[in-house]
Design a protein around this ligand. Structure first.
Ligand SMILES: C[S@@+](CC[C@H](N)C(=O)[O-])C[C@H]1O[C@@H](n2cnc3c(N)ncnc32)[C@H](O)[C@@H]1O
Length: 216
């Protein structure tokens, strides 16, 4: 199921601030080097949305779960102040080696702290304090419930968690869709809606994006 009408896809992409040369090159290289995973990367409108959210929330400390070749990291880090920090979690040395080159080219190396380990391990080792302003979850879908539960206690009041692919191409409303990821995504969607700690909204942006803000 297409969440966004395909007739509108190009129009939507054409009507946000355009990607710069660095992001365009990153898309091209990712498609050349990782042809089996062309849809893993967020699209540019979603990237602009992330940059805008980071700026609007005034975030200084961010966490990303799922770096891949670094597109969303660049978009998040660009929204941070120059002394801000993005803790970027992934398990792939190969894919993040591409990310590192583009972070360097974008002048963002000082802002991004890559942690190569299972994200739940990295999150569990973070201080048990409310110090995170912004988090983006875009990794293995089965892990979303655990990533969310590890992040909420570390999120400062007023802080924002953004979750990608929360509609799973419409599989969330297909009773026949019962793989591990489908079950985990339905579970986290229901958990967030019922979570008294959070205010949330789910948006039909690309494959579905949830914004969950911690109440003061
Ligand atoms: C959908 S891609 C992320 C795309 C990225 N946000 C972008 O804009 O290009 C998912 C990433 O999650 C990573 N991943 C999968 N399981 C993980 C885990 N247990 N811990 C950390 N990262 C994981 C994969 O290596 C992959 O790079």
């Amino acid at each position: 199921m297409d969440i966004v009408n395909p007739a509108l896809d190009d129009y939507l992409l054409a009507h946000c601030t355009p990607a710069d040369e660095i992001l365009r090159d990153l898309v091209e290289e990712t498609h050349e080097r990782v042809p089996e995973f062309p849809t893993m990367q967020i699209t540019h409108d979603e990237g602009e949305f992330l940059t805008m959210l980071v700026r609007l929330t005034g975030a200084r400390t961010a966490v990303e779960v799922g770096v891949f070749t670094g597109y969303s990291s660049i978009c998040i880090a660009r929204g941070l102040p120059s002394d801000g920090r993005l803790i970027a979690c992934d398990v792939s040395e190969e894919w993040t080696s591409i990310a590192r080159r583009y972070w360097q080219r974008a002048g963002l190396t000082d802002r991004i702290d890559l942690r190569l380990a299972p994200a739940l391990t990295t999150l569990g080792e973070l201080p048990q304090e409310e110090f995170v302003d912004f988090a983006f979850i875009d990794a293995d879908k089965a892990g979303y419930p655990a990533y969310y539960e590890a992040l909420v206690p570390r999120l400062r009041p007023g802080g924002l968690i953004v979750l990608d692919n929360v509609l799973r191409s419409g599989r969330v409303v297909d009773p026949a869709a019962q793989d591990e990821a489908d079950i985990a995504i339905r579970q986290i969607n229901d958990t967030i809606t019922a979570d008294p700690r959070m205010q949330s909204v789910m948006l039909p942006l690309r494959d579905g994006v949830t914004l969950a803000r911690k109440r003061e």
